[in-house]
Design a protein. Structure first.
Length: 347
């Protein structure tokens, strides 16, 4: 397939996905009454689960209470359903990649991400340097085999946010996160320092991305801003509202603010679907159908387009780097509420 034809077909597909996203049936009255029981049941079922362990390659993350467990779900009318601890903050980590990618798409359009970074899964670890080497010849061809949810692509996406100074760029990044969460978020300074002191691999990735043309200038600034965005403090309620903003066409259902152009949201959800849970993204989509993103701080967000945004915070991770409790709780709740967008709809 030649490149122009491929782009036309992708564009048509995105338009169709926009329509589907905006016209999916919302939770009916019967389902709405089932939400809190479903949330409570998942919390009760998994609160004693001891599988997994905290990330420790960033020292500050190893110190987070492994018993922390909170669930939040947000519906189109802005109602928030919760169970457990939804107030304690953890660092957002890789979930931030979604919203910086969204910021770039909002500002520069869908093509900007696809042509500079790519929207394909790499088939390698999220911080792979080999993955960068493997696609270097594709730069400028319009289809590099990378995406903004792995570290090299995420650092490049951060570098694409426009601004004359680092402070100007940061203002845009944190502003988009704030609008999505519906409140002013702050950086957890202990995490930021811990991560800055131990991010030599990301620094190497940043330099390599500059060498191969993915980053156009000042890779140290891009790496520092990326590290700062990963250190933003969030709780389960914040994350659920961020997921809900994507679930409802870019509009925060609690504040009513239109954070993102509805026509651009499906592109964000598509990348979440294919690359949101590290090496287990395919398994997750196979079992749930939900666009999602995890972070090694212990959070996972998931989106049922037009129905709900959901988030769980629980720090112990599996071998792929995804929260064990969060995956199971979200899957159970979504199954109980009919959240899978690929599942047959009742007639």
């Amino acid at each position: 397939m030649n490149r122009p034809t491929r782009n036309i077909r992708i564009g048509a597909g995105l338009v169709g996905l926009v329509v589907a996203t905006l016209t999916l049936p919302s939770l009916g009255a019967q389902s709405a009454t089932a939400i809190q029981p479903a949330v409570d049941a998942a919390f009760a079922k998994y609160r004693a689960l001891k599988e997994g362990k905290n990330a420790d390659y960033i020292p500050a993350l190893a110190k987070v209470d492994p018993n922390l467990f909170g669930i939040a779900l947000v519906t189109p009318d802005g109602k928030v359903y919760t169970a457990g601890d939804v107030k304690t903050q953890v660092s957002i980590q890789s979930i931030s990649k979604v919203f910086t990618m969204a910021q770039v798409i909002q500002e520069q359009g869908l093509d900007a991400i696809e042509k500079r970074i790519g929207v394909d899964a790499t088939g390698m670890r999220f911080n792979s340097i080999i993955a960068v080497e493997a696609v270097r010849s594709a730069v400028g061809a319009g289809a590099p085999e990378m995406n903004p949810l792995v570290n090299p692509g995420a650092i490049s996406a951060t570098s694409m946010v426009t601004g004359a100074t680092a402070d100007a760029v940061w203002s845009k990044i944190i502003g988009f996160h704030n609008d999505s969460a519906g409140r002013t978020l702050t950086v957890l300074q202990d995490v930021y320092k811990s991560e800055s002191d131990s991010n030599q691999r990301n620094q190497a990735i940043g330099a390599l991305m500059l060498a191969f043309g993915y980053i156009k200038a000042d890779w140290p600034r891009a790496v520092d801003l990326y590290t700062r965005q990963c250190s933003i403090g969030v709780n389960a309620r914040d994350l659920a509202l961020m997921a809900a903003t994507l679930a409802f066409g870019g509009k925060n259902p609690v504040t009513g603010k239109q954070v993102m152009d509805p026509a651009k949201v499906p592109g964000v959800l598509a990348v979440m679907s294919t690359a949101g849970l590290y090496d287990d993204s395919g398994k997750w989509l196979y079992h749930t159908g939900l666009p999602a993103k995890s972070g090694v701080g212990g959070g996972i967000i998931a989106v049922s387009p037009g129905k709900f945004g959901i988030a769980v915070v629980s720090p112990p991770l599996d071998d792929a780097g995804n929260s064990v409790r969060a995956q199971r709780a979200i899957a159970d709740i979504s199954n109980a509420l009919g959240g899978n967008p690929y599942a047959p709809r009742p007639r």
